[in-house]
Design a protein around this ligand. Structure first.
Ligand code: SF4
Length: 381
């Protein structure tokens, strides 16, 4: 992991050098409704805004929004206000996919508080037929046109298809890494997997692919399945922000092993590739809207996500599910009841936890996770 740590340490300096040479730096909100391929094909540097290590930015934002806005959305506002985080100080433009109500509010607040262009990327909140697909494709076209004008570079179909190839290679590597976590002797921990995923959201994709290929071959060389009696945990939730790793550490310290995640924001969605075609914008729309697992803000997403989660439970031999949501995230809070009922019917242990980015209340979470892991251990024995 040392190579990745050094790369991350140097990456903001590298982007800053690129910016001095006139290359644009374009930030976007997490959630996987913003195809990075488009920014990359424009010659700009895409940077996903996923930091959530400290509570301070979310607290700073309380001077402009109430605390009913979730702490991740407030972190975005606070980071922009303070600009202490180098990535925020470098942004030339931001793309804000219109997803949950809280992120929508962030885009509006940035527009009137900050001197930065915010492109609002309309995202249909349902997918039933071609109407939604056509709308999203049109919005991607508008984004492509804006990026062309902003960067001065022509975004040809060929460039988009090349970018799709590049990001497909990265998605494929994350898939492979994820699948080896089915092993009872996984050579990669949840924490490392998530840190790599986070790094990929600010790294140059070609550098990332090279590092991931080398990492994958190192960790799988001579690896064989083993035995472990640690309860195998699936984490479900709206977001894991970069640096906000306390929940992962708490589960590990309690003797649980997180073997897979179903997280809407903050992690790259890697379960399928984008299929190329003569109309690459349509391909992106199909891949990012129609074919992917819908986030919780999407209409009728709960049952689809339930089936996906049940498949993960089977394929990764999961022994318990931790539902980890942020305080005031009403979408996930409302869904937690449905999931607790459905998993309860199937006798799958289920724990709901709430916290804030930067987590002040670690002790309380620790006690609840300890008790949950003990309960699962009791069932396994
Ligand atoms: S945690 Fe919930 S409320 Fe906050 S940005 Fe994510 S989906 Fe929206």
């Amino acid at each position: 992991m040392q190579d990745f740590v050094s790369y991350l340490r140097d990456r903001s300096g590298e982007i800053s050098q690129l910016k001095k040479k006139g290359i644009k730096v374009i930030g976007y909100f997490p959630g996987n409704y913003m195809p990075e391929e488009l920014i990359y094909a424009s010659g700009a540097v895409p940077v996903c805004l996923i930091d959530g290590e400290k509570a301070a930015p979310a607290n700073t934002a309380l001077s402009v929004v109430p605390n009913i806005i979730c702490s991740f959305a407030r972190t975005l506002i606070g980071e922009m206000m303070t600009k202490e985080n180098p990535y925020y100080a470098m942004l030339d433009m931001v793309v804000a996919p219109i997803t949950c109500q809280h992120l929508k509010k962030v885009a509006e607040i940035w527009e009137y508080q900050e001197d930065i262009e915010v492109f609002k990327l309309g995202v249909p909140h349902q997918y039933y037929n071609d109407i939604e697909l056509d709308y999203y494709t049109e919005r991607l076209k508008a984004l492509r046109d804006r990026l062309q004008a902003f960067t001065g570079n022509t975004i040809t179909d060929e460039r988009i298809n090349q970018a799709i190839d590049t990001y497909n290679r990265m998605r494929g590597l994350f898939r492979k890494l994820s699948l080896i976590r089915r092993s009872y002797n996984s050579p990669i921990s949840a924490l490392d997997f998530i840190k790599l995923n986070h790094l990929s959201l600010c790294a140059d994709p070609n550098d990332m692919i090279e590092m991931l290929e080398s990492f994958y071959s190192k960790i799988t060389n001579g690896h064989s399945d083993g035995n472990s009696d640690h309860p195998r945990i699936l984490i479900v939730g709206p977001i894991i922000a970069r640096g906000d790793y306390a929940i992962l550490e708490i589960v590990q310290a309690a003797g649980g092993e997180i073997v897979i995640e179903e997280i809407c924001e903050g992690l790259r969605y890697y379960w399928h590739d984008i299929e190329k075609s003569n109309d690459p914008l349509k391909s992106l729309a199909i891949g990012y809207l129609r074919d992917r697992l819908p986030c919780a803000f999407m209409r009728d997403s709960s049952k689809k996500r339930l089936h996906f989660i049940l498949d993960l439970i089977r394929n990764f031999n999961v022994s318990g599910v931790i539902w980890h949501e942020l305080l005031n995230c009403e979408t996930y809070d409302a869904e937690s009841f449905f999931f607790s009922q459905e998993l309860g019917k199937r006798n799958i242990p289920f724990l709901v936890l709430e916290s804030d980015c930067g987590m002040a209340d670690v002790e309380r979470l620790k006690n609840r996770v300890d008790a949950f892991i003990e309960l699962i251990k009791g069932e396994i024995e």
